[in-house]
Design a binder for this molecule. Structure first.
Ligand code: SF4
Length: 364
């Protein structure tokens, strides 16, 4: 068999498309979800991030639990809320558990996709508990699954360059495995287009394959292209690459090859490959449905992390816009739950006060 890493792009893409069609046919899924980023205070200082604010600096604010509950109430029809924030040293562990309980009480039908491995690591530090205990407590409070963010590149040499205060790769793996074993599935991500090499990407894929082989807990793989406009790393790499235009082009080229490679290297174990309209734009995300992706991601409604790095593709898409983009690519849109179940009756989702129709339910 030919080496996929050296294969010409046209052939690689054809193979990726064949593999996608074999598994998913023409269907492209998406989820109606919203983000709720509850704190911008962050002591970690990743070089690629424009969102986190050092404690005590301008814009370093956290929301109260009531504020988050109210914000989620603006979109009671979503089937998922994704909760992530900075690492605020002053936020008590009780805040995280109370936030989940409050949302669970107010919106019992909404799936809570909450807290990255970095946030769970910080909870371990604050409580003195092991990851295995913390994830069980989170599940008991009402968390339904966790985002597999903070993975960046799971190679410590690269992590030290772009986010040296972040949890090491093996700690990320331990937390994710603990979550899977506690019954909390997760996504898997990669942050690409910065200082990583193809060899690092290969190493990252190998880590994900090992974890998935052991736990089967990843729901999808989500490549995240580096957004370079308003962060330290973007400024450095722009200078090093001869300007922002050339850096953008380099990121685009990397994306173009990484998606089909991900389909072919991971698709047998992690069948769902999710594009990112926030990173690529709607046009780029639509194009990526021809590079091996079978999932369009979500509506988000409140995207602020990428926008803070200068992301230019907006903070929300309505379901109609996502469906139109999928049809434009010649594919069939299908709404899904967080865990890739069918949405039997979208109108039964959301707040307690929503009127579910008889027999309607969501397969989670
Ligand atoms: S990426 Fe997350 S952990 Fe890193 S600085 Fe930004 S908010 Fe903090």
């Amino acid at each position: 068999m030919k080496d996929l890493w050296k294969m010409p792009l046209v052939e690689l893409t054809e193979r990726a498309n064949e593999a996608t069609r074999r598994i998913h046919g023409e269907v492209v899924t998406y989820v109606v979800n919203r983000n709720a980023n509850f704190t911008r205070v962050c002591q970690v200082g990743c070089a690629f991030c424009g969102f986190g604010r050092r404690p005590g600096t301008r814009g370093a604010t956290s929301d109260t639990i009531d504020e988050v509950v109210k914000r989620v109430g603006k979109t009671p029809w979503v089937s998922e809320v994704c909760l992530q924030g900075g690492i605020d040293p002053d936020l008590e562990p009780a805040y995280y558990f109370d936030l989940i309980r409050a949302l669970r009480e107010a919106y019992p039908r909404i799936h809570l996709h909450a807290f990255s491995p970095m946030e769970i690591d910080s909870l371990c530090e604050k409580t003195g508990q092991e990851p295995e205990e913390v994830v069980v407590r989170l599940r008991a409070a009402g968390v339904g699954s966790i985002p597999g963010t903070a993975a960046e590149i799971l190679v410590d040499r690269v992590r030290r360059k772009i986010s040296r205060n972040k949890l090491p790769a093996d700690r990320w793996v331990r937390i994710v495995k603990a979550a899977h074993r506690a019954g909390l599935r997760s996504s898997a991500t990669i942050l690409f287009g910065h200082v990583e090499t193809w060899e690092d990407i290969r190493g990252h894929f190998e880590v994900l394959r090992r974890v998935q082989g052991e736990t089967g807990g990843f729901t999808e793989f989500v490549p995240l292209a580096f957004v370079p406009y308003e962060n330290r790393l973007g400024r450095i790499l722009s200078r090093r690459n001869g300007g922002m235009d050339r850096l953008e082009e380099r990121i685009r080229r990397r994306a173009r090859r990484l998606y089909p490679l991900a389909r072919l290297m991971l698709g047998d174990l992690i069948p769902n490959l999710q594009t990112s309209w926030v990173k690529l734009g709607v046009g780029g995300a639509t194009a990526s449905l021809g590079w091996g992706c079978n999932d369009f991601g979500g509506t988000l409604y409140e995207e602020s992390i990428t926008r803070s790095s200068g992301g230019r593709h907006g903070e929300r898409l309505d379901p109609d816009q996502i469906e139109a983009a999928i049809r434009n690519a010649g594919r069939i849109p299908r709404r899904r739950t967080t865990l890739y179940g069918d949405v039997k009756n979208p109108f039964s989702l959301g707040k307690k006060s929503c009127q579910p129709s008889a027999g309607g339910h969501v397969a989670l």
